[in-house]
Design a protein around this ligand. Structure first.
Ligand code: UDX
Length: 463
């Protein structure tokens, strides 16, 4: 790789990168950029985290990531620090990867971490450099930061390069993205980003050069669309439940139309995680400030449909338990918001577990990797260390996160453990006929009976 920017005189060979914020996004971006051959310095204000990362301990569960971090530390290209001074003297390109959580009590995003990265770094930069935002922010944030840099007489320029990675496939999504979006204010900004992503561009990744605002909106609109698609199919699931349809067949039929496409069309317990829920709320909040609230008003309905799936799932469990859960043992399979992750932020599974706990049940949650995070978030629930312990003496079993070890479950695996053979398959991953044939009362989301609550024997006939 060669450095081709107009500021080539400032750098020896190729840009050195810093990554500010070492959460899901930051650790993945830092390790992946190091694997492309760059020298990378990861920066975080959390000294304990930096110490762990420097010792090769990755604090999150993400397939392939821990191995990649170790390999890049060993190569000497990846290091971590708490020092902004070091970051400023080391880096030519600084990626902002900090979180933008939902503000407590409001739908808007908390931008304090993003802002403090820029205000801490800018005064320390003594040569031309590019600050590149990757965090998800409300449209207009990048322009505000660019103005701040200009007003402070900084030699740093701003660009926005939103990240589209999914948890569970973050490394693959970073090294083989569907597209790269470069929101820039100059040819220099574009050149620098082309230089950084050269190997990916050479592999044919589409590269979109745009304004700061369009780059920010690309992320907001993509997440809004994905959330809408998931809630659309879940709304159809509600209709199926009432009308006697089958959402699995319906979604397959819809997905066969290439204009619709089958991805993000899996009906079930709906979306959670650190992105989709907060991002649609943040988008609505920003649209409101811009006076175009009605343009994204549908996202409020998207959110409501999504949350309704959680109460519907709890209702199915209550119904299977005969309308009373006080004192009953309930087995919840899954705590993570999706399989392949230990992230429990806005987890639909944990929300359902909490509702059942509120109904008086003894809720035992088992998750292959997310139990520790779940216990920190919801200490009032029980977290046995095995699936068998979780299922022991259960009145109802709920499958809420589709980990492979749960989707592979057969009726006989649990039959000898539970008190009553009641199961709610909230991710539509089990084979209903097999469970019904084995004498289980089986309920799923979007598999209609025409009249909610009909007994399993009648349900069976509808398959
Ligand atoms: C999402 C976007 O996909 C990604 O592009 C963006 O950068 C961040 O937000 P992520 O939250 O990691 O990524 O996961 P995703 O695979 O999109 O799933 C989000 C949620 O929707 C999960 O809770 C998942 O279980 C649920 N989901 C997904 C469905 O319920 N049905 C589907 O068909 C797809």
């Amino acid at each position: 790789m060669r450095w081709r920017s107009v500021h080539a005189q400032s750098y020896s060979a190729e840009p050195r990168l810093t990554v500010l914020g070492t959460g899901y996004l930051g650790i993945t971006h830092a390790a992946c950029m190091a694997s492309l051959g760059f020298e990378v310095l990861g920066v975080d204000t959390d000294a304990a985290k930096v110490e762990k990362l420097s010792a090769g301990v990755t604090p999150i569960y993400e397939p392939e990531l821990a191995e990649l971090v170790k390999a890049q530390l060993d190569s000497g290209r990846l290091r971590f620090t708490t020092s902004y001074d070091k970051a400023a003297s080391f880096g030519d390109v600084h990626f902002i990867c900090t979180g933008t959580p939902q503000l407590p009590g409001g739908g808007g995003a908390d931008l304090s971490q993003v802002r403090s990265c820029v205000t801490a770094l800018a005064p320390l930069l003594d040569r031309p450099s590019l600050i590149v935002g990757k965090s998800t922010v409300p449209v207009g944030t990048a322009r505000e930061l660019a103005r701040y840099l200009a007003g402070a007489g900084s030699r740093a320029e701003l660009a926005w390069n939103p990240e589209f990675l999914r948890e569970g496939s973050a490394v693959r999504d970073t090294l083989a993205p569907d597209r790269i979006v470069a929101g820039v204010t100059s040819q220099r900004g574009e050149d620098v980003l082309r230089q950084v992503y050269e190997p990916l561009l050479n592999a044919g990744t589409p590269f979109f050069v745009t304004s700061l605002e369009t780059a920010e909106l690309a992320k907001a609109a993509a997440n809004a669309f994905l959330a809408t698609k998931i809630s659309f199919i879940n709304a159809m699931a509600e209709v199926c439940e009432a009308a006697g349809g089958n959402i699995l067949e319906l979604s397959e039929i819809l997905g066969a139309d290439p204009r619709i496409g089958g991805q993000s069309l899996r009906a079930g317990l709906g979306f959670g995680g650190g992105c989709l829920p907060k991002d649609i709320r943040g988008f609505m909040s920003r649209a409101d400030e811009l006076g175009v609230q009605s343009a994204v008003g549908l996202l409020g309905e998207v959110d409501r449909i999504n949350l309704r799936r959680r109460s519907r799932t709890a209702d199915l469990a209550l119904e299977l338990a005969g309308g009373e859960l006080t004192g009953a043992t309930v087995c919840v399979l899954g705590a993570a918001f999706k399989p392949g992750s230990d992230d429990v932020r806005e987890s639909p599974a944990l929300d359902v577990a909490q509702i059942l706990h509120g109904l008086g049940a003894q809720v035992r949650v088992y998750d292959p990797v997310a139990s520790a995070n779940a216990a920190a978030a919801r200490p009032e629930l029980q977290y046995p260390s095995s699936l068998d312990e979780a299922a022991a003496d259960a009145t109802v079993v709920l499958l809420l996160t589709e980990w492979p070890e749960f989707t592979a479950l057969l009726p006989d695996d649990l039959a000898g453990l539970v008190k009553q053979k009641n199961i709610v398959d909230a991710r539509n991953v089990l084979t209903p006929t097999a469970w019904l044939a084995a004498g289980w009362n089986y309920r799923a989301l979007g598999i209609g009976t025409g009249t909610p609550g009909r007994p399993a024997s009648e349900l069976e006939r509808s398959w």
